[in-house]
Design a protein around this ligand. Structure first.
Ligand SMILES: CC(C)(COP(=O)(O)OP(=O)(O)OC[C@H]1O[C@@H](n2cnc3c(N)ncnc32)[C@H](O)[C@@H]1OP(=O)(O)O)[C@@H](O)C(=O)NCCC(=O)NCCS
Length: 186
């Protein structure tokens, strides 16, 4: 395990974080075999930059990020955030989760993945939820690799949109209660 710290982002982290989003998103699309989906890649990067800006502009009220950093080098190696469920979630659930908080931007830098950093970020977020009185949350994924990871953590999704992105590429949405999440702490 790396010597990992968790903290809130600061304005001076913006450039590194925006570069981090670009690196993780390009790598994730490539691993999914979707490197040619240029518009989707750019849209996804822009959406994450915007979320970070919302956080920094509102001091965590519109979106709320936590970042994981390598304590030796101070390099950003992971992110997680929460905020109102996205338009995509609202559309896919016919508005059933409208107003619920969504956990998103759970990103770990390639090369640091599969070493427990995503789990650490999720646990930090659950503690934040417990502290803020957030009782329910949702999260979604269209990436087949992370869907497998979320299924291990959260079980079967509550909404499964078959072939949503393309033939064989589904979209999944989980709705969970914060108190149930203590079972995955480890
Ligand atoms: C998804 C992601 C955040 C998970 O973070 P991580 O640090 O790699 O995951 P962890 O090491 O904490 O492992 C989490 C669980 O998934 C399992 N896992 C990790 N990598 C895996 C892999 N490649 N295949 C299958 N299972 C895997 C681990 O065994 C662990 O299971 P456990 O809790 O039962 O022990 C990270 O891999 C990532 O950033 N992926 C690219 C971006 C992405 O898809 N983000 C999610 C958007 S919805």
């Amino acid at each position: 395990m790396y010597n990992v710290g968790i903290r809130r982002p600061r304005i001076e982290d913006s450039e590194e974080l925006n570069q981090f989003f670009s690196t993780v998103i390009r790598d994730t699309f490539a691993r999914e075999g979707l490197s040619e989906w240029h518009d989707d890649i750019e849209n996804e990067i822009e959406a994450k930059k915007q979320y970070l800006k919302y956080d920094l502009d509102s001091n965590g009220k519109s979106r709320y990020f936590l970042i994981a950093f390598d304590k030796k080098s101070n390099k950003v190696i992971g992110t997680i955030e929460y905020g109102q469920a996205s338009e995509l979630i609202n559309i896919c659930t016919n508005g059933a989760l409208k107003g619920m908080f969504e956990i998103g931007t759970v990103f770990v830098l390639p090369g640091y993945q599969s070493r427990g950093i995503g789990t650490l970020l999720l646990n930090a977020m659950f503690l934040t939820f417990l502290g803020n009185g957030v009782q329910e949350f949702c999260l979604d994924s269209g990436y087949t690799n992370s869907q497998k990871i979320w299924e291990r953590k959260f079980g079967k999704p509550d909404y499964l949109l078959k072939d949503y992105w393309s033939q064989g590429t589904d979209h999944m949405i989980w709705k969970r209660s914060t108190k149930d999440m203590t079972i995955i702490f480890k």
